[in-house]
Design a protein around this ligand. Structure first.
Ligand code: DC
Length: 225
């Protein structure tokens, strides 16, 4: 068997608690937290601003060649990772539901996946990271030593996302967000390239009735065993 990388992967659908958990697990282990979704959101924002036709492969590839994405740690301990898009701080702009939907569309484009997967693998080369997303355990880091797949009932996931967005000052409607969550999950699961799915060797955790502390403790126990 090939050698395992000192990497934790946490995959699952939107609103399942991946970000908060990944941040806490990374802090507890002294690892770097890699939010791969933030990178897809950054590409989506860049394409939107540049008015790139997502069906135009050449335009997409050309735009990608002029894109630089840098992640930086959140200012607040419980905040989202920050993102610089070509040097511009877009940390707030990428966190809207609209950008989440657009990121999902953009993430099905082969050239986008190839570029971001390569960047993520470069970040993870020396290990000691907690990577969070849809395909981190299956495609980006198949040799990760610890893989987790989180799931939760859609209603509960939408409820969590609404609470999170409202806490960040965004006005969102529960029913609309639930509809979007279901569509995004379906699209992420059904795309041919690196779809959202459980890695065969992932530990599956249903977080519907568990709080973050309980899930975090469970993950750390498995890792430190
Ligand atoms: O985790 P998030 O909501 O920030 O992700 C936004 C979208 O990006 C998600 O709907 C699908 C895409 N994504 C992906 O395809 N692969 C990843 N590893 C992370 C995110």
């Amino acid at each position: 068997m090939s050698e395992k990388q000192e990497i934790v992967t946490i995959d699952g659908p939107s609103g399942v608690g991946k970000s908060t958990l990944s941040r806490q697990v990374a802090a507890a282990l002294g690892y770097t937290y890699l939010d791969t979704g933030a990178m897809y959101r950054a590409v989506a924002l860049f394409f939107k601003r540049q008015q790139i036709d997502l069906d135009d492969e050449q335009a997409v590839c050309f735009a990608l060649s002029g894109l630089d994405i840098q992640l930086f740690p959140a200012e607040k301990e419980d905040g989202d990772v920050g993102v610089l898009v070509n040097g511009q701080d877009e940390s707030q702009a990428i966190r809207t539901p609209e950008l989440g939907m657009l990121a999902s569309r953009v993430s099905a484009i082969p050239a986008v996946r190839a570029q971001l997967t390569a960047m993520q693998q470069a970040i993870g080369r020396s290990g000691k990271i907690v990577a969070e997303g849809r395909d981190t355990g299956t495609v980006v880091f198949p040799a990760a030593a610890w893989k987790f797949y989180l799931e939760a009932e859609p209603q509960e996931r939408a409820r969590r996302r609404v609470a999170q967005l409202r806490a960040a000052g965004q006005e969102v409607d529960f029913e609309e967000l639930l509809k979007q969550t279901l569509k995004r999950d379906r699209d992420d699961q059904e795309r041919t390239l690196a779809p959202l799915k459980k890695a065969e060797d992932a530990v599956i955790i249903d977080t519907t009735c568990l709080n973050i502390q309980a899930v975090c403790a469970k993950i750390l126990q498995i890792i430190q065993d």
